[in-house]
Structures are given as structure tokens and as C-alpha cells.
Design a protein around this ligand. Structure first.
Ligand SMILES: Cc1ncc(COP(=O)(O)O)c(C=O)c1O
Length: 377
């Protein structure tokens, strides 16, 4: 590709590989379009990869989160402590069970849940801690485990952005009671849409499997055992996911290439901050390249994003955190917009750069050079 500022550099891009095409064609040739071989294979292989005994595919990361919450029996007015800066699927999945998400502020340097704030937010209604391993960096899990044990709380790990990531040598998703993944189009591996619940508990796995499939009766199929859901991932989507999974090491290598190139280009640029990778992150896998600006940068985040957009460079702003969502503030009256200052700071100053696996080194340099150029004005 020629170095050409006029060609749009998308924030995310994706190419379907030959293996995915082969597996999808196989589903079509055999007319296995509902449940089937690829669903089972994806569950078996991916759960093993994340060191879990069980994997239960779902239709999305959101339905995986809801299934996890329902499997743990979260109920009316239970409270769940959730990383504030995250996709709202985390808060909504708690709400779907009639429970209340309580936002916990993040650390500015890592964007991960500040585990020092957990204990002071525990009330007699608290039932679980939902950690989010955001942007491919793990949360500091040892203190979370200690607090959960002390207060008898469940741990849900949202690993939607953290496939293969490790905390002190342990795969995320296998550390808490139950973990969830997203296989949405922009995730490390994708089914187009899809997700998975993982766990090492036989009991939780059985319950999740049943709830996901309308809780059909074991003796009389149409005498249902519970109020279940249909979160079944179709075989064709699983075929796509399996093709992706079998190439996960190659995909991760591409992510490492993108991360190290941006680091090389942008480290030390005045006012540009790249979140720190902590030493407990024994395997950090960048999901997308995120950064935040401080007052030393001559432009605000919004001004820079606008200028990049005018240069045909697409970006995404950081999440609007749970504590800032009017719909949640009004519904529960449990927290205030200002209650998570770091998450609010990142909301205003953070964003991510084009990071799809098809991005070339030349394109990374174009993006980086623009950020450097504007920093010098
Ligand atoms: C941290 C996090 N959790 C949950 C989700 C929801 O996943 P999905 O879009 O597959 O429903 C996302 C999605 O993008 C996410 O980034």
C-alpha cells in the first residue's frame, strides 16, 4: 500500500481467513446450521486454552455476562461491584437479574478496577465482584480473591477484551468463579457475534448450560426446569470462531507488532500517556491501542480526535463509565456522576487508535506522526 493520507485508516479492520471459510463451507455443505460439531469444538478448545474445564457458548459477550449472573443466582436488589470504566453490557447484565451494579473507580495508570476501593463499597446486599480485564490488561486479582473470600462474594471475570491474557501465570477467566468472553467482530478472536461462559465448577457449568437453552426438562423436554433463555450460538458462527481460534497465536503476534510499533513511535511524546503494563500482567495482550492525554498536550482529546478524523484517521473515545450513565443513576439512586473521578478523567481524555490486525506499519506511522505533529504546535 502506498503511504496515502487520503485513504481512511479505520479504527478496526478484519479479514476472514481461509480456515474460517473452509469450516463455514463445511457447515453449509452438511446443512449443520443449528447446533453441531463446531459449537462443541469451540467450547472444548477455547475453554481448555483459558484453563477452564467448561465452556458454554452464547450469542454475545452481553448474553454471556447475563448468563453468568443468572447462573450465580443474582437476584432482586443484590449489589454487584463492577469496574466503572467498561462497556455497559457489564452493568446491564446485572440489571437484567434485578440486581444493582455499583461502579468502582479505576486506576488512571492502568484503567483497571482500583482494588483498594472494593471493601469500602461492600454492603450487606453485595453478592459479587465483576472485574473487567479491560483492553487486554488483567486486574490485580490476588486482593480481589482475598476480599471475596472474606466477605463470601462471587467473582465474575469479564474477559471480553482479554482472550489469552494472564495474571501471574494464570489465564484470566479461570481465576474467579465464572468468566465470560465476547467474540464480537472487533474482538481478539471473533464469530461475528458470539460469546462464551467459562468455569471450573461442574455445578455452575450444568446450570449455565441449562439456562442458556431455555432450561428444557431432562425427563419431559417441554416441562421446563427454570426460566431459561435462548442464547444458543449457531454452528456457522462457531465454525468462524474455531477457524479464528486455531490461528490465535498468529493473531496475537499481529497485536504484538501493532503494540510495539505504537510504543516505539509514541513513547515520550509530551502529554501522551500510554497505560502502564503492571508486572502481575505476565501475559498482556493489547486488545486495541489506548492512550490518554494530559495538560502538556497542546490540544484536548476532542480537538485531537477531530484533527485526526480530518486526516482520515478513525479513533474511538474511552467508555462513558457506569457512574455517568443517567439511566442508571436515576434508576437506582445509589451513586453519583462524580463518584469515580479517574474513570471520568479517562472518559474525557482517553481514546484508542486504529488497531485492526490488517493495519500496516506504514499506517501506524502515519497515525503516530500526526499525533507527534500536533503535539509540536
Ligand atoms: C468489556 C466488555 N464487556 C462486554 C462486552 C459485550 O460484548 P458483546 O458486544 O459481544 O455483547 C464488550 C463489548 O464490546 C466489552 O468490551
Amino acid at each position: 500500500m502506498s503511504v496515502n493520507n487520503l485513504k481512511k485508516i479505520p479504527v478496526f479492520d478484519f479479514k476472514v481467513g481461509d480456515l474460517e471459510k473452509k469450516y463455514i463451507q463445511d457447515c453449509l455443505d452438511k446443512s449443520f446450521i443449528g447446533q453441531g460439531f463446531y459449537v462443541k469444538e469451540l467450547e472444548k478448545k477455547f475453554s481448555k486454552y483459558v484453563s477452564c474445564k467448561h465452556g458454554i457458548t452464547t450469542t454475545s459477550g452481553t448474553t454471556a455476562l447475563h448468563l453468568a449472573c443468572a447462573t450465580l443466582g443474582l437476584n432482586n436488589d443484590d449489589e454487584v461491584l463492577v469496574s466503572s470504566s467498561t462497556n455497559m453490557a457489564c452493568a446491564f447484565s446485572v440489571d437484567y437479574c434485578g440486581s444493582i451494579p455499583i461502579p468502582i473507580d479505576i486506576e488512571k495508570e492502568t484503567w483497571q478496577m482500583d482494588v483498594n476501593l472494593i471493601e469500602k463499597n461492600i454492603t450487606p446486599r453485595t453478592k459479587a465482584i465483576m472485574v473487567v480485564h479491560l483492553f487486554g490488561h488483567p486486574v490485580d486479582m490476588d486482593p480481589v480473591i482475598e476480599i471475596a473470600k472474606k466477605h463470601k462474594l462471587f467473582i465474575i471475570e469479564d474477559c471480553a477484551e482479554a482472550h489469552g491474557v494472564e495474571y501471574k501465570g494464570k489465564k484470566v477467566g479461570s481465576i474467579g468463579d465464572i468468566g465470560t468472553f465476547s467474540f464480537f467482530a472487533n474482538k481478539t478472536i471473533t464469530c461475528g457475534e458470539g460469546g462464551m461462559v467459562v468455569t471450573n465448577s461442574d455445578e455452575l457449568a450444568e446450570k449455565a448450560r441449562s439456562l442458556k437453552n431455555l432450561s428444557y426438562g431432562k425427563v419431559d423436554k417441554f416441562m421446563h426446569e427454570d426460566i431459561g433463555f435462548n442464547y444458543r450460538l449457531p454452528n456457522i458462527s462457531a465454525a468462524m470462531g474455531l477457524g479464528q481460534f486455531e490461528n490465535i497465536e498468529k493473531i496475537i503476534k499481529e497485536k504484538e507488532r501493532i503494540y510495539s510499533r505504537y510504543i516505539k513511535n509514541l513513547k515520550g511524546v509530551k502529554g501522551v500517556n500510554i497505560p502502564i503494563v503492571k508486572n502481575w500482567a505476565t501475559k498482556y495482550i493489547m486488545w486495541v491501542f489506548n492512550l490518554y492525554l494530559d495538560s502538556k498536550y497542546p490540544l484536548s482529546r476532542d480537538e485531537l480526535v477531530k484533527k485526526l478524523s480530518e486526516s482520515n484517521i478513525d479513533t474511538r473515545n474511552a467508555f462513558v463509565p457506569i457512574n455517568k450513565q443517567d439511566v442508571l443513576i436515576k434508576k437506582y439512586n445509589k451513586f453519583k456522576a462524580e463518584s469515580c473521578p479517574n474513570a471520568n478523567y479517562i472518559m474525557d481524555n482517553g481514546f484508542y487508535l486504529p488497531s485492526g490486525n490488517t493495519i500496516t506499519n506504514e499506517e501506524i506511522d502515519i497515525v503516530s506522526n500526526k499525533i507527534i505533529e500536533f503535539s509540536e504546535k
